[in-house]
Design a protein around this ligand. Structure first.
Ligand SMILES: Cc1cc2nc3c(=O)[nH]c(=O)nc-3n(C[C@H](O)[C@H](O)[C@H](O)COP(=O)(O)OP(=O)(O)OC[C@H]3O[C@@H](n4cnc5c(N)ncnc54)[C@H](O)[C@@H]3O)c2cc1C
Length: 418
């Protein structure tokens, strides 16, 4: 097998790996930087982000949108690296700011983001080696040695940017953990995040395809509130979804939710709800039950809500047959409509990984505490964020941080001034 040598070896040519390569090379152009990527080309997942538009970042770097043990490093990384907008501007890619501070390329095409990175890499003289699956790494006296399908690669420093387990078709299937575990590293319980929740299909029969505005709450078995968000809830024949619900899957790190509760009609104050239902009872008293809530909610959602409130009579029954107790039960269901959680969606449906290499196994430079010269960045670390560009913020900024730190370390070891 052929052996190749380089100063910095980047394992995984995704968002964080590409950012790490650019930052390392810009920090010290004399160092050779090589990206090893298993796919036929780098950045496959970037093309799928933001529905093909790539929500490449968010102007907010507030840590409240992030979760996981490596959160403690976030503020320092933010202070020492370029935010997404400036990082891409340095490659000639300009962004537009949309609602909630979301950043998109002006072209509205994820391909432009990948092109900016790809062409910058070419311009900076960074090599990318594709079809190069890394199957093991070892620390040797001469540096870090990677065993790959394209031969052995020896480097003074390596950055592992292989992502997590989410969307395995894009190349990040968590297989890197097999060799990381051999080195003594661990993976904090990985769970699919930014993913829909599966609930009882019988509750969804009428709701499939409907969108409802709601405050959503994830609650535990004993009713403890685990996380809250607001937005548009969506339903399929097996899942409850929408950005706000997916955010709950990111926020519930330690404990799994037993149910998702919807507070419908969030713009109507709680004390106004019962009088409003009585008004509607008066105005529509001779109407069929199936039409009673139409307008407040889409008709099919109204019918399902009545069923979930325990109203078993035929939907042809006139509204005046509703008892005061039943009306109160309807109000209660509008305030807290429970959907039991059967499970999270699969890795195929997930946008990110909750869990990864824990904070205690790396130092403040994102360097392994177990293997000198081995750095990490991106989703492989135990850190993830909400929908809205926060995960790519992390990928670019942690990538830049590790890239620079790896370059600095090599210069320091060689006795050069940094
Ligand atoms: C459908 C979808 C839409 C998304 N949309 C957004 C969005 O709009 N905004 C946002 O902020 N975030 C979004 N995300 C999340 C975001 O894409 C990820 O958080 C980010 O790409 C993680 O970057 P990474 O570099 O850590 O990992 P990845 O991008 O997963 O890259 C890892 C790379 O390593 C390679 N690799 C893995 N193992 C090996 C190995 N053993 N040897 C060699 N190479 C290997 C993989 O092939 C891959 O190219 C989305 C995710 C998905 C799935």
């Amino acid at each position: 097998m052929q052996q190749y040598t380089t100063d910095i070896m980047i394992i995984g040519g995704g968002a964080s790996g590409l950012a790490a390569a650019v930052a390392a090379k810009r920090f010290c152009p004399e160092l050779s930087v090589m990206i090893l990527e298993r796919n036929s080309r780098v950045g496959k997942k970037i093309l799928a982000t933001g529905n093909g538009r790539c929500n490449l970042g968010n102007i907010s770097t507030d840590s409240r949108y992030y979760y996981g043990s490596c959160k403690k490093y976030w503020n320092t990384i933010v202070e020492q690296t370029q935010p997404a907008e400036a990082f891409f501007q340095s490659m000639g890619l300009y962004c537009r700011r949309e609602s909630d501070g979301r950043l998109y390329p002006c072209s509205n095409q994820a391909a432009s983001v990948l092109d900016a990175l790809r062409l910058t890499i070419e311009q900076e003289g960074i090599s990318d080696v594709c079809y190069c699956l890394v199957s093991d790494i070892q620390q040797t006296e001469s540096g870090i040695l990677a065993k790959t399908t394209q031969g052995d690669f020896l480097a003074s420093a390596a950055i592992v940017t292989t992502g997590g387990f989410a969307a395995p078709k894009t190349g990040s299937d968590g297989s890197a953990f097999s060799w990381l575990l051999n080195l003594g590293h661990h993976c904090n319980t990985p769970k699919p995040a930014l993913v829909p929740f599966l609930t009882k299909p019988v509750l969804l029969r009428l709701l499939k395809g409907i969108r409802l505005s709601a405050e959503v709450t994830a609650i535990s078995e004993n009713g403890t509130v685990l996380a809250v968000d607001t937005g548009e809830v969506q339903f399929t024949e097996r899942t409850i979804s929408g950005i706000c619900v997916m955010n709950l899957s990111a926020a519930c790190v330690g404990q799994e939710p037993a149910a998702i509760c919807l507070r419908l009609l969030p713009e109507i104050p709680e004390q106004r709800l019962l009088p409003l239902l009585w008004e509607l009872y008066g105005v529509r008293t001779n109407w069929k039950l199936e039409d009673w809530l139409t307008g407040l909610l889409p008709k099919k959602a109204g019918i399902q809500l009545l069923r979930s409130a325990g109203i078993a009579m035929s939907m042809d029954t006139p509204v005046y047959e509703i008892t005061p107790q039943q009306l109160e039960q309807v109000a209660k269901t509008i305030l807290s409509w429970k959907f039991p959680v059967l499970s999270r969606g699969s890795w195929q449906e997930a946008q990110v990984t909750s869990g990864g290499i824990p904070a205690e196994e790396i130092d403040a430079d994102l360097q392994s505490r177990l293997v000198n010269g081995l750095f990490f960045a991106g989703e492989i670390l135990d850190f993830h964020g909400n929908c809205g560009g926060y995960n790519l913020n992390w990928a670019w900024q942690s990538g830049q941080f590790s890239g620079e730190n790896a370059a600095k370390q090599i210069l320091q070891k060689r006795g050069d001034t940094v």
